[in-house]
Design a protein around this ligand. Structure first.
Ligand SMILES: [Zn+2]
Length: 336
């Protein structure tokens, strides 16, 4: 009711909300598999923002964040522009709690920009990517989840030489408006080798500002992290003047040395031994160079190794498992 309440005198509703589908495949039992699409469109033209979630089927938090944004838009309609969403990009993985597209085991977020005549992940990626491109968005936000013990942060793909400077600069400006810790992938990191195959990395190469939000744990909906995600998105919609200006934009509580700074991501704090990990730090902690972050013990309780951070950093998260073996990442850090 609230949606059209204020619009009785107007010839067009102030905001139109639509839910629809895109076909991805027909199963061997002739069942149709589809991607859900959500659209909220203001009568006044303005920027288009895309929200995408659940490219990794086990990362369920973003689906609920998008639902909550649309719920909020019913109470506070868009002033201009459009919010569009693919809330569940990998329904096949979602249903079995898998990161991957079940058939074939592909990672959808390593399959962009996709190919309609390629693998199944490539076809799904192409459907998503083409639709996003056609709308010429001002910003695309891809929602992900991280380790169970992790704090929310935003990630910018490494800048590639072929990428448009302006799109990258705008992405950095949007990142600062999220109110989260800012992590910039290094162009030298192993992840950067695949970043052109992620949704956000592929969009940046097409001159479209795009950010990844890592919002806490996977597998279960964590309501605290959902609330953070909703506030981050509202910050950005407000920045684009699509919703009312906020008196006090959301900001995640963090040490002042790390605020509005682009940190480099590192999960290179590795174990060199096998055993059981006891963590000495928790997500959000600020640690100094040479500070121990975990100790590793053998089956008899003998200390085998103390894992230390090489640099001053903020702890983004620690491993979901206490099983150590040589080369296993123990903590993820944001380095100054
Ligand atoms: Zn993910």
């Amino acid at each position: 009711m609230g949606l059209y309440m204020n619009d009785r005198s107007a010839s067009r509703p102030r905001q139109r909300v639509r839910y629809s589908f895109r076909n991805i495949l027909t199963g061997s039992d002739l069942s149709r598999r589809r991607l859900a699409v959500m659209t909220a469109e203001a009568a006044r033209t303005g920027p288009t923002v895309w929200l995408t979630a659940c490219a990794h089927g086990d990362e369920v938090g973003g689906v609920v964040i998008i639902q909550e944004i649309f719920r909020q838009l019913k109470r506070k309609p868009l002033l201009c522009g459009e919010v569009r969403a693919f809330p569940l990009m990998n329904p096949l993985g979602f249903e079995v709690g898998s990161r991957h597209i079940t058939m074939g085991g592909e990672d959808l977020n390593r399959s962009f920009p996709g190919n309609q005549h390629g693998s199944l992940a490539g076809r799904i990626a192409a459907t998503i990517f083409q639709e996003i491109l056609q709308t010429g968005p001002a910003l695309v936000l891809d929602l992900h989840n991280d380790w169970r013990n992790s704090i929310p942060y935003t990630v910018i793909d490494p800048r590639r030489k072929s990428a448009n400077r302006e799109a990258y600069a705008r992405t950095r400006r949007f990142a600062r408006c999220t109110g989260l810790l800012l992590v910039e992938e290094s162009s030298k990191s192993p992840e950067s080798l695949v970043s052109h195959r992620t949704l956000t990395g592929s969009l940046l190469l097409r001159d479209i500002p795009a950010l990844t939000l890592e919002l806490g744990e996977a597998y279960v909906v964590n309501e605290t992290n959902v609330a953070y995600g909703v506030q981050v998105i509202w910050n950005l919609l407000s920045e684009l003047s699509m919703v009312a200006t906020q008196e006090k934009p959301f900001e995640f509580e963090m040490h002042r040395d790390f605020r509005r700074r682009f940190l480099s991501y590192s999960d290179g704090t590795l174990s060199s031994t096998s055993g059981i990990i006891r963590f000495l730090v928790k997500p959000g902690d600020v640690i100094d160079a040479d500070q121990p972050v975990a100790k590793i013990y053998n089956a008899f309780g003998k200390l085998l190794e103390t894992v230390v951070s090489a640099q001053r950093a903020v702890v983004l998260g620690h491993s979901d498992s206490s099983v150590a073996f040589p080369g296993v990442p123990v903590v993820a850090l944001g380095l100054l």
